[in-house]
Design a protein around this ligand. Structure first.
Ligand code: SF4
Length: 337
């Protein structure tokens, strides 16, 4: 029997551990480098990131691995997902990150990593195992890449496969599921194909359009769901993850979690995981309600509205921002309104 919700995700047995933690917004997203030795036509990585050797802790670009620890504390993370590009291109950095995260948060801090497998060999697998990697997810871009997946089976980390559901590739995906079952792979994750600015023209030329959430392609989720249905009795874990889930639910849950763990007392939040606060100028001492900077107070929007109603301030600047500081909107409310 299949479990879950087609809008979010469906699975036949159990969710992979990395996905379980992602569902509660508990995974720090480590984009370790945009470099990759492959050039998949459907690659969803943005132009700003692909091919560039840049590091992100969630949405924040950084040069310092210690920032990952700071960000993990900020969101109360109980694990991390290491992605790219192909992280194995920067294996030393990956090992440093895993080692530091494990040293700071302990062995139970669950870390999974994505790779096409192209650069995987015995040495890299040994180093990954020594560092404490819990789960490795391969994206075999063709059958020849399965040899890398097989190599990882000798190690203690969980081995999974993660592939996009590309309409037209039904037979390949069905082959992958059967291959994974016969080789004792722990899980196969099938992602809804995402149409992004970078891959849109190629995917559009194949008749694929965004029809689901922000980037989900038409036909992709139907294809993934029928693959799961046909293989529901498979002995390994099969899981379909929708792009709506990744773009909306995972991100929003992670934002709400960050707000819970590190927002300031005067910051209010919306169900979308954004922060609302207000800036006012006043001769009164409002320091009990917030913070003073450049002769203006940042306070809660509710308090600011009340002060405006009572005529104690002339206007209120309302700020909405994401929990990592990106401002989304700004508006002014004044006495006359
Ligand atoms: S392996 Fe992954 S990151 Fe590299 S090109 Fe393909 S989809 Fe993009």
């Amino acid at each position: 029997m299949l479990k879950g919700n087609p809008e979010i995700g469906v699975y036949n047995r159990e969710l992979p551990k990395g996905c379980e933690l992602c569902r509660v917004g508990g995974k720090l997203v480590v984009f370790v480098t945009g470099e990759c030795g492959d050039s998949c036509y459907y690659c969803p990585v943005s132009e700003n990131r692909f091919g560039k050797d840049i590091l992100y802790a969630n949405e924040k670009q950084t040069n310092d691995v210690l920032d990952l620890i700071y960000e993990a504390y900020r969101m109360g993370a109980n694990g991390a997902g290491i992605t790219g590009g192909d992280p194995i291109v920067r294996l030393d950095r990956v090992i440093e990150i895993i080692t530091k995260l494990k040293a700071e948060f302990g062995d139970d801090f669950h870390i999974h990593l994505y790779t096409s497998g192209r650069y995987i060999n015995q040495d890299s697998l040994e180093e990954l195992q020594r560092s404490g990697l819990d789960e490795i997810r391969f994206h075999p871009i063709n059958k020849e890449y399965l040899v890398y997946v097989e190599k990882a089976l000798k190690y203690s980390m969980d081995v999974g496969i993660e592939v996009p559901a590309i309409p037209g590739e039904e037979r390949y995906l069905d082959f992958i599921v059967k291959w994974a079952e016969n080789h004792g792979i722990k899980f196969v994750n099938i992602n809804e194909l995402e149409i992004t600015e970078r891959n849109a023209s190629r995917l559009n030329s194949m008749g694929l359009r965004v029809s689901h959430g922000l980037a989900g392609s038409n036909k992709s989720s139907d294809m993934a769901l029928s693959l799961l249905k046909n293989n529901k009795d498979c002995r390994i874990n099969l899981h379909y993850c929708s792009s709506v889930y990744k773009d909306v639910v995972e991100t929003r849950t992670r934002f709400l979690r960050t707000i819970k763990y590190s927002s300031k007392p005067y910051e209010e939040f919306t169900g979308e995981g954004t922060i609302i606060k207000a800036i006012v100028k006043s001769n009164m001492d409002l320091s009990q309600f917030g913070e003073l900077e450049n002769e203006k107070y940042t306070i809660s929007y509710s308090v600011a509205k009340e002060l405006l109603k009572q005529g104690k301030v002339d206007e209120v600047k309302v700020i909405e921002e994401l929990p990592y500081g990106l401002r989304i909107s700004e508006s002014v409310e004044s006495k006359s309104k």
